[in-house]
Design a protein around this ligand. Structure first.
Ligand SMILES: *[C@@H]1O[C@H](CO)[C@@H](O)[C@H](O)[C@H]1NC(C)=O
Ligand SMILES: *[C@@H]1O[C@H](CO)[C@@H](O)[C@H](O)[C@H]1NC(C)=O
Ligand SMILES: *[C@@H]1O[C@H](CO)[C@@H](O)[C@H](O)[C@H]1NC(C)=O
Ligand SMILES: *[C@@H]1O[C@H](CO)[C@@H](O)[C@H](O)[C@H]1NC(C)=O
Ligand SMILES: *[C@@H]1O[C@H](CO)[C@@H](O)[C@H](O)[C@H]1NC(C)=O
Ligand SMILES: *[C@@H]1O[C@H](CO)[C@@H](O)[C@H](O)[C@H]1NC(C)=O
Ligand SMILES: *[C@@H]1O[C@H](CO)[C@@H](O)[C@H](O)[C@H]1NC(C)=O
Ligand SMILES: *[C@@H]1O[C@H](CO)[C@@H](O)[C@H](O)[C@H]1NC(C)=O
Ligand SMILES: *[C@@H]1O[C@H](CO)[C@@H](O)[C@H](O)[C@H]1NC(C)=O
Ligand SMILES: *[C@@H]1O[C@H](CO)[C@@H](O)[C@H](O)[C@H]1NC(C)=O
Ligand SMILES: *[C@@H]1O[C@H](CO)[C@@H](O)[C@H](O)[C@H]1NC(C)=O
Length: 479
């Protein structure tokens, strides 16, 4: 990192940006074993309901990932006093994205009464209490351009994407569960106090849609909440800031690498079966054949909302079978493991593309240690491609595609008894799916990688080595 900054200052070509990034490979499991992914059986978790049976809670559920709940929460020893938490989650379940609705079969999405609420509000008189305005998407056959966007739109009153009723319900439950675990320990009342609690979203409206449900569960008496948002040009939460070096590193190990294209080549037969139902052309250029993302989204969104798997519009006996859908679900998780953990340069890519959010987190933790902030809880509502690179930076040992409502909690504790030879008494516990996160990092007791009460300085030092300072990260991103 320092070498790079010197080179940058001297105007020399900078070929290796973040020089201290070390990739600690993930565990080998069925998730990242291509033989199993292509030739194995079954879905890698639950894909057809938001409800996980109580006995299985904690397993992967694409429709509603596990999060902190009183039932499973591990209460730390009373030597540790909870000072601050920072939560980052993916939004909850939704309709597919518009780009994923080109499937030429028709299973209708009905969004009557569940459109996004969107209106302006002034500060005085009637302007402070305007009517609630809710979107209802529609199409009109007189408009000849309608079909160019995708047949999924025709006749639907959904804004693709939007959070479904089930997703709002899951958001509410998520908030209520967090409240049950943390409200008393962080002294949060039933009303939201902006001095002690902050919430942040991205410019994608689905994160605000989730916030409404979540906040009702977290703060039952809250209304009129100010939600923080950064401009897209530099937003760290959605990672939409420009980082050309990250982009070129990423394309080198994906589209530019046989390690990536291998599964697309070996998966040609799977594409053939899917295309036969959907009518997607073999030479499609809308992304259906560059990864399994679009098929995964179209099939999983249907199943999470209890819709049947699609059949061809020309031949209703030709349908996507459950076993074919399960293969797509295995492939999707394989791709995320490759993007953020298996590829050697995935750590470098993650550090560059999501480093800014981690620097903000380190800033928040530092303010707590210095006693300069009254905030006790910071909540972020984001996307799979936020949690993806963050899990990449954390070097989680088993990478999955972060499903709906996926959650990471950073808990900062102060230990009451002075500890030996440490510069502070502050400890970090990181929870993934409600439990201490198992990583491949040489951190934690005996370098086990379990992030369960690690000295916060160990985390700071890892971030310093992997991401560097703000100016170093900014410089490392430029061509
Ligand atoms: C999957 O099995 C087929 C035959 O059943 C075989 O040809 C192919 O090599 C296997 N794929 C992988 C990735 O092992
Ligand atoms: C990958 O999966 C195949 C099929 O289940 C299995 O035979 C093989 O041992 C696995 N490889 C590893 C490294 O676990
Ligand atoms: C959901 O899928 C599982 C298999 O993964 C199956 O056993 C179960 O019956 C399905 N549930 C519904 C409601 O379709
Ligand atoms: C898949 O595509 C079809 C046709 O475009 C569309 O009706 C449907 O909403 C899409 N998504 C899902 C998850 O069904
Ligand atoms: C809402 O969530 C609760 C708790 O998870 C669940 O029991 C209930 O079935 C859900 N209701 C709907 C309409 O999804
Ligand atoms: C808890 O919060 C209330 C206000 O909501 C405040 O009056 C009280 O002093 C706080 N207690 C502690 C221990 O911080
Ligand atoms: C492909 O994978 C091999 C084995 O893991 C690795 O040595 C090589 O660097 C990778 N190539 C690229 C371009 O990522
Ligand atoms: C249905 O048949 C029509 C006419 O042959 C063709 O243009 C269309 O692509 C077919 N759709 C699918 C999904 O196969
Ligand atoms: C990782 O990225 C760096 C910087 O672009 C590049 O020099 C290096 O060859 C890449 N390593 C692999 C294994 O692809
Ligand atoms: C850590 O390693 C030491 C020395 O090998 C051992 O005594 C101790 O039990 C280990 N602790 C844990 C939690 O594994
Ligand atoms: C960050 O790491 C560099 C070496 O890469 C070191 O010189 C510097 O002191 C570290 N800063 C902090 C705050 O740990």
């Amino acid at each position: 990192m320092n070498l790079f900054v010197v080179a940058f200052a001297l105007g020399l070509p900078c070929l290796t940006p973040a020089v201290n990034v070390v990739h600690y490979p993930p565990k080998l499991t069925n998730l990242n074993n291509l033989t199993f992914v292509l030739n194995g059986t079954g879905a890698p978790g639950i894909f057809n309901s938001s409800t996980t049976p109580a006995i299985d809670y904690g397993i992967y559920n694409w429709c509603n990932m596990p999060h902190v709940r009183t039932q499973e929460y591990q209460i730390p020893s009373s030597d540790y006093n909870l000072k601050y938490i920072e939560v980052i989650q993916r939004h909850h379940k939704r309709t597919p994205y518009a780009s994923n609705t080109f499937f030429k079969e028709d299973i209708a999405w009905d969004c009557t009464g569940e459109g996004p609420v969107y209106y302006g509000k002034g500060t005085v008189g009637v302007t402070s209490d305007p009517a609630v305005v809710q979107w209802s998407a529609y199409t009109n056959s007189q408009n000849p351009f309608t079909n160019s966007v995708g047949p999924g739109f025709v006749g639907s009153n959904c804004a693709f994407p939007q959070i479904t009723t089930g997703g709002i319900n899951d958001s509410y439950t998520h908030g209520a569960d967090l409240r049950a675990v943390y409200a008393e320990r962080l002294n949060l009342s039933t009303n939201l106090d902006p001095n002690t609690f902050k919430i942040r979203v991205t410019s994608n409206p689905i994160t605000s849609q989730v916030s409404g449900g979540l906040l009702r569960g977290l703060f039952p008496d809250a209304s009129d909440v100010a939600v923080l948002i950064q401009a897209d040009a530099f937003d760290s939460l959605s990672a939409s800031y420009s980082c050309p070096v990250a982009d070129s590193v990423f394309s080198a190990y994906t589209t530019g690498s046989a390690n990536w294209t291998e599964h697309l080549v070996d998966g040609a037969g799977i594409y053939k079966e899917l295309d036969a139902v959907s009518g997607i052309a073999e030479d499609d250029t809308a992304g259906w054949h560059t990864s399994f993302d679009h098929y995964y989204d179209n099939l999983s969104a249907k199943q999470c909302d209890s819709k049947p798997l699609p059949c061809s519009v020309n031949d209703t006996s030709l349908c996507v079978t459950q076993s074919l859908a399960d293969t797509v679900f295995r492939l999707g998780n394989y791709e995320y493991s490759y993007y953020y953990r298996d590829a050697f340069n995935s750590t470098l890519f993650s550090a560059l593309s999501y480093g800014a959010w981690v620097l903000e987190l380190v800033g928040h933790l530092t303010e707590q240690i210095e006693g300069s902030s009254s905030v006790r809880y910071f909540h972020n509502v984001a996307h799979d491609d936020s949690l993806g690179p963050l899990l990449g930076i954390m070097q989680i040992s088993e990478m999955v595609w972060p499903g709906m409502g996926s959650e990471i909690v950073y808990e900062l504790y102060e230990k009451s008894a002075p500890s030996d030879s440490l510069s502070s008494n502050y400890f970090l516990r990181v929870l993934w799916g409600g439990q201490p996160m198992q990583t491949s990092l040489p951190l934690g007791t005996n370098s086990s990688g379990l992030l369960d009460m690690i000295p916060v300085e160990d985390f700071f030092s890892y971030v310093n080595n992997t991401i560097g300072t703000g100016p170093e990260l900014f410089a490392a991103c430029q061509n």
